[in-house]
Design a protein around this ligand. Structure first.
Ligand code: ADP
Ligand code: MG
Length: 688
């Protein structure tokens, strides 16, 4: 129905400039207008008794104009003196039209909505909304909606258009079958809209504004249902695509399993079985492997790659930073080489010659595995037979980058690749049910044996020198430590400077220790050399900027000091802390903070101090930041929810998910109609 122009479309015939403005606030179709819901309401259904009028509160009162004057100092101001239930009342306007002056003839009655203030000439209303009335004018019978808007579109205009759109209620059909409505106790769609746009007098403003009103429930359910339906559709479309079946009974995988440096945890075995089974299918796997920091995702990735290679396909492992990629290369390539598997290494900083060899070996198939950074996404990178794409720390990559790798498999003519995305930033259940509903999820919910929970301490920054002795004792008994320097957003140079200063300070305080410095400005080769010598134990303390945030694995390091922890986000703190406590020894994390602390910073520090479970931390993070920020701009391509709130509306979300399944199975045309209303032309965008 969206596509059909309909009689009386309030948007028809509007000037292009006005249409552009409307587009700016998300209104392109008359239905968008209906779904453009008020931010809040004003109650003009009754007058505020004068003895209840208080400064600073929204009131609705009636007054009579006495006279008006225009002042010019300090700026052009119109002041209208009025008589009402308080002495010395006036209205003040800074911007006004000459035509307005005519309305303020002595004796005119006005109804005013606004906030009154104690001004120095008595009580005043600054820019109130007002209406000229006479003694017969009835009060509003509905609450007055206040819409989100933009320059050049007044509330009055919006209200008029919405009203017109609502009048077409015969065309606002209900996309939900009766059965859903009765079962879930939801009200009719047109009725819900009418309540939200023009709530009858006596409606609970509170329920309307906190969105618990039944009318809101109905809209939120519809929105969540649309989201679930579109996610299911993607999934169904994906299942129609062709990917190479990669079987799990090959000799390489078998040999690798017998040669692992440790026994897999039962969680690792379980997720590997899930992945194996997916890869053996002839449609592309799209699986998210979640596991807390240190849960052992890398080895699972290596096993998956080997399964692909067993079927004579290539695999690629993409990592967000050079340090991480080189660490993967060191571990995985070494593990797989004895099996006769050739790995190629690709990063932006490598020598031309080395790069060309790598490119060649991938193109002719002599290398079965590629490991690297963003450099893997570039055009010259061609594969012979790409069967599996593994993306580590997937939240660091955007939709576009994930697509780029998929295209490389298409170029190779081997159909769609299987995709395994890994993340140590656990996605809370609400999000995995909504924004990630088109993915299959495997969870490693167990840490390798022998890990003891990390002890976390908070310490005021002014006491940081107390840590020097501790550092000395730790390192002299064979331990190692990280010292992470503050993140100074506005300046990379300053960032570096603090790291350099800290290194010097530590060297002076602990002359017997060997101290290394790692930061973003080092050439890639130097970075890996530094990591290498830290991991070999040649360096005791690694002073670093946050470049070590992701994935670095040096089990002998047991102490993590984080400076200015109050500036860091929860995910980042959790990641950093996860660098220690990886071997059998007790891990410690000292969070240095500097006052004053903002409320959010306090809250974050409390969460990280009290919790070690990454899922709980992520859940709290979501609560503090909201899903938009949590997902990050990089994940965009996913439509944000406008009305529903994942935390508050969990129950609705679950129902929407169940119904999405049922509808797609039994009444696909109903699903189609519902999606059209809610997504309209946005569905293309969704496909990204
Ligand atoms: P993450 O999930 O954070 O990527 P890693 O794959 O880096 O974790 O693994 C963390 C550490 O745990 C590594 O040193 C790895 O060798 C080790 N590890 C992984 N699985 C096991 C296991 N089943 N038993 C013992 N150690 C393991
Ligand atoms: Mg990792």
């Amino acid at each position: 129905m969206a596509a059909q122009p309909f009689k009386g479309d309030p948007l028809e015939g509007l000037a292009p400039a006005m249409r552009a403005r409307l587009r700016g606030i998300g209104i392109q179709r008359w239905e968008d207008l209906l779904l453009h819901l008020p931010l809040r309401y004003e109650d003009e259904t009754q007058l505020t008794p004068w003895d209840e009028v208080q400064a600073g509160e929204m009131v609705h009162v009636e007054v009579e104009v006495l006279n008006h004057e225009i002042g010019y100092r300090p700026r052009r101001t119109l002041r209208v003196f009025v008589a009402g239930g308080l002495p010395q009342l006036s209205l003040r306007f800074l911007n006004f039209f000459p035509s307005q002056l005519k309305q303020f003839q002595p004796g005119t009655r006005l109804r005013i909505s606004g906030e009154c203030r104690a001004g120095f000439q008595g009580t005043e209303f600054v820019h109130p909304r007002y209406r000229v009335v006479d003694s017969e004018t009835p009060l509003a019978t509905e609450l007055t909606p206040i819409y989100p808007t933009t320059a050049g579109i007044s509330q009055t205009l919006l209200r008029r258009w919405v009203e017109k759109a609502l009048k077409r209620s015969t065309q606002i059909n209900d996309t939900l079958p009766d059965q859903i409505r009765t079962e879930l106790g939801l009200i009719d769609f047109a009725a819900a809209l009418s309540i939200l746009h023009t709530p009858p007098a006596g409606s609970s403003v509170q329920q309307l504004e906190d969105r618990s009103h039944p009318a809101w429930q109905r809209l939120k359910f519809d929105e969540l249902l649309a989201q679930q339906l579109s996610m299911r559709q993607f999934r169904n479309e994906r299942i129609q695509l062709i990917a190479p079946p990669l079987h799990s009974h090959g000799p390489l995988l078998h040999t690798l399993k017998t040669r692992l440096p440790f026994a897999l945890t039962s969680a690792q075995q379980r997720v590997m079985a899930e992945i194996s089974e997916d890869m053996a299918r002839s449609h592309p796997m799209q699986r998210l492997l979640q596991g807390d920091v240190g849960s052992g995702k890398t080895i699972v990735a290596a096993l998956a790659c080997t399964q692909a290679i067993d079927s004579a396909y290539q695999a690629v492992l993409l990592a967000p930073t050079e340090i991480l990629a080189s660490q993967h290369f060191a571990k995985i390539a070494t593990l797989l080489q004895p099996l006769g598997i050739q790995s190629a290494w690709l990063t932006g900083s490598q020598k031309k010659r080395e790069r060309e060899e790598a490119l060649q070996s991938l193109a002719d198939g002599s290398a079965q595995l590629a490991i690297g950074t963003h450099a893997l996404l570039e055009d010259p990178v061609l594969f012979k037979r790409l069967g599996l794409v593994v993306i580590d720390e997937q939240h660091r990559f955007g939709v576009e980058q994930r697509l780029a790798l998929r295209r490389k498999a298409e170029q190779a003519g081997t159909g769609q690749p299987h995709q395994l995305m890994m993340s140590a930033t656990p996605i809370p259940r609400t999000l995995s049910m909504s924004f990630f509903a088109d993915l299959d999820v495997s969870v490693i919910d167990e840490l390798p044996p022998g890990r003891t929970p990390i002890h976390t301490r908070l310490l005021e920054g002014s006491r940081r020198t107390e840590l020097f002795t501790r550092l000395q004792t730790l390192c002299q008994s064979g331990g190692q430590a990280y010292w992470v320097c503050p993140l100074i957003e506005e300046s990379e140079a300053l960032d570096l400077q603090t790291a350099i200063d800290t290194e010097a300070e530590l060297k002076a305080a602990c002359p017997d220790l060997s101290i290394g410095l790692l930061h973003g400005r080092l050439a890639a080769g130097e970075k890996s050399r530094m990591m290498q010598s830290f991991s070999l134990g040649e360096i005791h303390v690694l002073v670093a900027t946050t470049v070590i945030e992701v994935g670095v694995d040096v089990p002998n390091a047991t102490l993590m000091v984080i400076e200015h922890a109050e500036r860091m986000g929860l995910a980042q703190l959790h990641q950093l802390r996860g660098r220690v406590g990886r071997g059998g020894k007790q891990g410690w994390c000292i969070l240095l903070f500097h006052k004053p602390l903002s409320d959010t910073a306090k809250e974050r520090l409390k969460v990280i101090f009290e919790n070690t479970d990454g899922f709980e931390i992520a859940r709290q993070d979501l609560r503090i930041r909201g899903p938009g920020e949590f997902l990050g701009a990089r994940q965009s391509g996913l439509p944000m929810l406008k009305f529903a709130d994942l935390e508050a509306d969990m129950v609705l979300l679950e129902r929407a998910r169940d119904w999405a399944d049922r509808l797609l199975k039994t009444e696909p045309q109903v699903a189609e109609r519902h999606l059209l209303r809610w997504l309209g032309q946005r569905s293309d965008y969704l496909r990204a």
